[in-house]
Design a protein around this ligand. Structure first.
Ligand SMILES: Cc1ncc(C[n+]2csc(CCOP(=O)(O)OP(=O)(O)O)c2C)c(N)n1
Ligand SMILES: [Mg+2]
Length: 355
């Protein structure tokens, strides 16, 4: 692979690393408003159900809910094609659903059942779907950034025109491997979009307490990677920025950073009472910026659907989610013999399949 000519080190070198202004979001058509409403609602209701099942003891281990951040993954998904890849951390159920993974299989995995995506052996943080190009599901903070960069390297090597989306948090943005990945991605012009989901907290630590530079869109400056600051609570703004960044990467211009300003309503995980922030702060975000309420309000204002029609969508989504919980709870636990499977792979077979 040819690398681009290196720029000079003088202060006058023309870096492309400036923060770009987010494009003005276009109005959504009726179809897009309604489909984004439905997609975000599926994530919200699914996560609410997962929270309930956790409380009832049906889900063990860690469980990080995505409630509040739905517009990010929903808008980005609109900007890619099914051949493009998605990879994220442990707050991942929303990403799976957005990629089109089956809610039954995701819920079965959360509850550790046999028909879960990882046959009940992975749980909340470790699910994958080759078919849907979803590459996990990673518990090591920032680990997915290097892997997502590797996916982009493979795309470039195979010259297949695909882009990989690597999602990570504000906390992960301070990890060393993130910057090693940035350097390689820029050096080789890899087609990757780094999406920083800035939900203002890393566990109990606010960005102000943890980050020397809280403007995450500028984090690519040392590596000549442009960035953009985006309203991650507005699905239209996310899609517009996503379209721009994905085109940038697919046009061969290299990586792009999107800082999505968003918010998580629940605690970091199910065991977090969230004492590091006030109830008023959460309430204010819910009341003023909720991504689903924003779409709902526009749909009603533009008369794209009535209250009754929106209620019918909610009912349909609740049924899908209810069915996924029934499916999961009726599904048997993995057979004990599964303890000895999926531990080692036949490398030769994998290499042959990949070719
Ligand atoms: C390498 C590593 N260090 C620390 C942890 C513990 N840990 C899990 S989540 C987390 C916070 C990450 O926050 P952020 O990247 O902002 O993502 P968010 O949870 O807000 O989505 C930490 C420190 C870990 N899993 N991996
Ligand atoms: Mg965070």
């Amino acid at each position: 692979m040819a690398t681009k000519p290196r720029k000079t080190t003088s202060a006058k070198s023309t870096a492309r690393s400036t923060v770009q202004k987010a494009p003005k979001p276009e109005e959504f058509s009726k179809e897009l408003e309604l489909s984004s409403y439905e997609d975000m609602l599926l994530i919200r209701r699914f996560e609410e159900k997962a929270g309930q099942l956790y409380g009832m003891g049906h889900i063990g281990g860690f469980c990080h809910l995505y409630i509040g951040q739905e517009a990010v993954v929903t808008g980005m998904q609109m900007a890619i094609t099914p051949d493009d890849q998605v990879i994220t951390g442990y707050r991942d159920h929303g990403h799976m659903l957005a990629c089109g993974m089956n809610p039954d299989g995701v819920m079965a995995e959360l509850t550790g059942r046999r028909n879960g995506y990882s046959r009940g052996k992975g749980g909340s943080m470790h699910m994958f779907s080759k078919e849907k190009n979803f590459y996990g599901g990673h518990g090591i903070v920032g680990g997915q950034v290097s892997l997502g960069t590797g996916l982009a390297f493979a795309n470039k090597y195979r010259d297949n025109g695909c882009v990989s989306l690597a999602y990570f948090g504000d906390g992960a943005s301070n990890q060393g491997q993130v910057y090693e990945s940035f350097n390689m991605a820029s050096l080789w012009d890899l087609p990757v979009v780094y999406i920083i989901e800035n939900n203002r907290y890393a566990m109990g630590t606010s960005v102000e307490r943890s980050s020397a530079l809280t403007s995450f869109s500028q984090r690519g400056a040392s590596f000549d990677i442009p960035g953009m600051h985006v309203d991650g609570m507005d699905v239209r703004a996310v899609k517009a920025a996503g379209d721009h960044a994905v085109k940038w990467a697919k046009d061969g211009k290299g990586p792009f950073i999107l800082e999505m300003e968003t918010y998580r309503y629940r605690g970091h995980s199910m065991s977090d009472p969230a004492k590091y922030r006030s109830k008023d702060e959460v309430q204010k975000m819910r009341a003023e910026q909720d991504p689903i309420e924003q779409v709902k309000q526009r749909v009603l204002d533009k008369k794209y659907a009535s209250e009754e029609e929106l209620k019918a969508i909610d009912k349909k989504i609740r049924e899908i989610v209810g069915k996924s919980a029934e499916f999961a709870l009726a599904d048997p636990l993995p057979d004990p013999s599964e303890l000895y499977t999926d531990i080692l792979i036949d490398v030769n077979e994998e290499v042959t399949n990949a070719n």
